[in-house]
Unconditional design. Sequence first.
Length: 322
Amino acid sequence: MYSVYAMCSRLCLLAVISLQIGCITVNLIEPPGPVQEVQLSGTGDGKVLLLDLSGVINSQDKDGLVPQPNMLATFREELTRASKDNKIKAVVVRINSPGGTVTASDILYHELRDFKTKRKVPVIASMMDVAASGGYYLAMAADSILVHPSTVTGSIGVIMLTVNARGLLEKVGVEANAITSGPRKDMGSPFRVMTAEERAIFQSVIDSFYNRFLAVVQEGRPNLSADQIKKLADGRIYSGDQAKTAGLIDEIGYLDDAIEIAKKKAGLMEARVVTYGRRGEYQNNIYSRLFGTSSGITGLANLDLLSMVRGGTPQFMYLWMP
């Protein structure tokens, strides 16, 4: 008995030493792995794919005990898989987002539009609590837009986020100095007041992004003239009824209705409703993923806006931020 005990003790000691010196790598938690198809409902050979886009739109990786791919990477992965599945006859994109960065919003729009062009299947946008600014921008890639009766949408426009820490630094007796190659090199610095000339430069960039937003809306809503769109695009939000009256969306209804519209446009009497998920995610109906995430207005409560203004660098946003 003693010899067995002694042997076990030596083995345990060797294991501890090996772990301490880095000889053994132990993965207690498996990485998330690739997305996998999950059937939610329905029957038939054809499929209607339900994709979920919830939260503030950005390209930041999701930190945590198990790191997750960022929003852009996940959306691209899902669309790539869908493009190889010929049984997918229609796509419903469920949007619950107040928007996000200009570039990330534009990339999502580009990816969805490119998928629709290649696969030539109907794409329906179904808006949940909020689909504003960048969330609305993404919806312009869809063939039809459906909102819930209580959806908030619109907020067409651009906002620049920056910080000014000059007053705080003066209170604590800290002074920041920058040596630059030109007078505009440190424009937008959080350590000094912005000049009128610099504000005009930033405004010109914002105007450029705003004009792109208007062009995207014009392409997505051909029923509206350029003048009508510009009147609607002053940054205000709209309820579902207001958005429908203004021509910014097509129908008012629920997610089930969006799926039925997708089936009809695809010419399907019956279809399996499927979605994509990763290992360990529980999904058994069309609302499974949405309410497990921080999205819409509540997502802003968990958003560290200062982290998006990295090192004081101004960020241009298609974001509704009341």
